[in-house]
Ligand binder design. Structure first.
Ligand SMILES: Cc1cc2nc3c(=O)[nH]c(=O)nc-3n(C[C@H](O)[C@H](O)[C@H](O)COP(=O)(O)OP(=O)(O)OC[C@H]3O[C@@H](n4cnc5c(N)ncnc54)[C@H](O)[C@@H]3O)c2cc1C
Length: 552
């Protein structure tokens, strides 16, 4: 087929999320709710101007710059302020705080845009020869320090931005597979596959900005991954350039040819090589979409219902999207929704049935045959009723679907209002889930409570499996003006210690980066760390790729 390049997506603002024009001011009821909940308004925290951001001079040696330019051409090597600052880190709360107060001293010395696999391979060779560290950069939406420009022992560092690798390379409608280049962003993927009546079905909340290569490199999970599978379940093959040569992995739908090396590349977070393209399983683009809200008497009751969905209905029948908010998140959602989502009507409806808000669940289904979607909805409804659920109609689900990419813009508003807002996630067994939920919430609350100010700590189950589920916590607290970064690091560290003590995963979807590296020994053990180091040494013996990430 002819290679199809995608239309560019708007670049993200350097101090926040996406296109600032899409931001909406916080409504009055949200501000009042925040002030009530957190005790008092925090001091505002507006970003400095781009010209005020501190930036070191580029330390890229002339001979390295010349060799890099010879590979990609001068127009694809950028050292200007705007470009370096936007590549100075990811999109976590701490990343944004630092850039907003004008700290980008550590920004990459140059940002390089290769145009194909061959150029990526040449660039790696040049960087090995000139001892330049390389940070592969997709959408730059990492929230765990994955694109932090850590130089390690190297004097200079480039960000290798993959945005020019934006083509749909192949579609096989018989085998239902597609091969995509790594730099395609979420909307570009769906636009390109949509022209063939197909979908990847991968919709993380960062979808507008995150890239296909980033999905694969971080083993991401989308909001419909209960139905479509996580990205690691969808990838059938990859092409990855390493300093020791190309890895081309994945033959046929299944293989017994030794350990699955494909899995070594999926989730490798730019430590082993640069993923330039991957082949994935795709589905027919849904023509029928249905959403529903349900209420459960408590998070515990809802958790039992979600377990039953995963274990009794299973893959392919359970809803594609399943989200269960705990009581705190349900309260916030219903309070902030005001008249939207039919929240008032919903509260009245629940009161009439003798129930307070309890725990709100959202479900989503997609398909190409209305009868099939109906059958799955009925199967879920029968089970959920049996588990004590009350149906709330399609309103809450449609409102969630409509606003599901708004969260990151809302975060920018909250940052302007001087608030701490951040998330963390984990996954555990159904058996341990209630205890872990309570213990992490308690650790976060203890760490973030200040005199006269209680934090909001809320959580939802975002993905369900036969043996367990993910827990996704959101915290909002009054920002400590003296040490805002230390405030969050203390809370995160307390939560991570609890997660490790429970034997739960350090991360379900956000990946390791820098933030979870200290918890990798708990995750894989000392022998596991040795294996990770040996794999790195085998393909990147000089260690130019993403120094300081993944392992302690
Ligand atoms: C608001 C917000 C919401 C989010 N929601 C979700 C969510 O719902 N689910 C979820 O899973 N994650 C979520 N994330 C985290 C993040 O979006 C994902 O980890 C995403 O997969 C990263 O993609 P990216 O293209 O932005 O990668 P980047 O941030 O550019 O890179 C992430 C890591 O992968 C490496 N990398 C990137 N591209 C390549 C490549 N081609 N080859 C080799 N290494 C590469 C980088 O070096 C880095 O270590 C969210 C983040 C934000 C800010």
């Amino acid at each position: 087929m002819t290679v199809e390049h995608a239309k560019p997506v708007p670049a993200s603002v350097w101090h926040g999320w996406g296109d600032p024009a899409q931001r909406k001011p916080l409504p009055g009821n949200a501000l009042r709710f925040l002030d009530d909940a957190l005790g008092a308004p925090a001091a505002p925290g507006l970003p400095v101007r781009l010209e005020q951001v501190l930036l070191n001079d580029s330390a890229l040696p002339d001979d390295a710059a010349a060799a890099i330019t010879a590979v990609v051409g001068a127009e694809h090597v950028r050292t200007d302020r705007a470009c370096r600052v936007v590549h100075a880190g990811g999109k976590s709360y701490v990343d944004l705080l630092r850039r907003r107060r004008g700290d980008a001293e550590h920004a990459p010395d140059a940002v390089v845009y290769p145009g194909d696999q061959e150029q990526v391979q040449h660039l790696l060779a040049v960087c090995v020869e000139h001892e330049v560290a390389v940070v592969p950069f997709g959408g730059g939406t990492s929230v765990v320090g994955g694109v932090e420009p850590v130089r390690g022992r190297f004097g200079a560092l480039i960000a290798l931005d993959l945005e020019r690798l934006d083509a749909l390379l192949d579609v096989d409608p018989v085998s239902m597979t597609a091969t995509l280049q790594a730099g395609m962003r979420g909307p570009q993927i769906e636009e390109a596959l949509g022209r063939h009546g197909l979908t990847l079905g991968h919709f993380p909340q960062s979808w507008e900005q995150a890239s296909f290569g980033g999905f694969v490199a971080t083993r991401s999970a989308g909001q419909a991954s209960t139905g479509y599978g996580r990205i690691d379940e969808q990838v059938l093959g990859v092409t990855c350039a390493t300093p020791s040569g190309d890895l081309v992995l994945g033959r046929g739908p299944a293989s017994a040819a030794g350990p699955r090396l494909l899995d070594v590349v999926i989730g490798s977070e730019g430590r082993l090589g640069v993923i330039t393209s991957a082949t994935v399983g795709v589905r027919r683009k849904p023509t029928v979409q249905r959403f529903a809200g349900w209420s459960f008497p408590s998070f515990a009751a809802g958790t039992d219902a979600f377990r039953a969905l995963a274990q009794e209905l299973g893959h392919g029948v359970a809803p594609d999207s399943c989200r269960l908010s705990d009581e705190e998140e349900t309260f916030t959602t219903l309070t902030l929704a005001g008249g939207a989502m039919g929240a008032r009507a919903m509260r009245g409806y629940l009161r009439a049935r003798g129930r307070r808000a309890g725990s709100l669940a959202i479900f989503g289904w997609g398909g190409v045959r209305a009868s099939e979607v109906k059958r799955r909805r009925h199967a879920a409804a029968t089970l959920l009723r049996r588990q004590g659920g009350i149906p709330l109609g399609s309103g809450p689900g449609k409102a969630w679907a409509h606003g599901r990419y708004a969260g990151p813009y809302l975060r920018d508003e909250l940052l302007d209002h001087g608030v701490l807002v951040e998330t963390l996630e984990t996954a555990t067994t159904w058996t341990d889930l209630p205890a872990l939920h309570a213990a992490v919430a308690q650790a976060l609350r203890c760490a973030l409570t200040a005199p006269g100010s209680d934090p909001i700590v809320e959580c939802h189950i975002s993905h369900i499996y036969r043996s367990g589920a993910s827990l996704y916590f959101t915290v909002v607290a009054r920002r400590d003006p003296k040490d805002p970064e230390g405030q969050w690091h203390a809370a995160k560290s307390a939560a991570s210690a609890v997660i490790a003590a429970h034997g739960a995963s350090a991360t379900h979807q956000h990946a390791v980066g820098i933030d979870h590296a200290p918890w990798m020994a708990a995750e894989v053990g000392d022998t596991g760390l040795q294996l990770l180091a040996a794999m790195k040494n085998a393909v990147d013996p000089t260690g130019i790729l993403n120094p300081g990430k993944m392992a302690p």
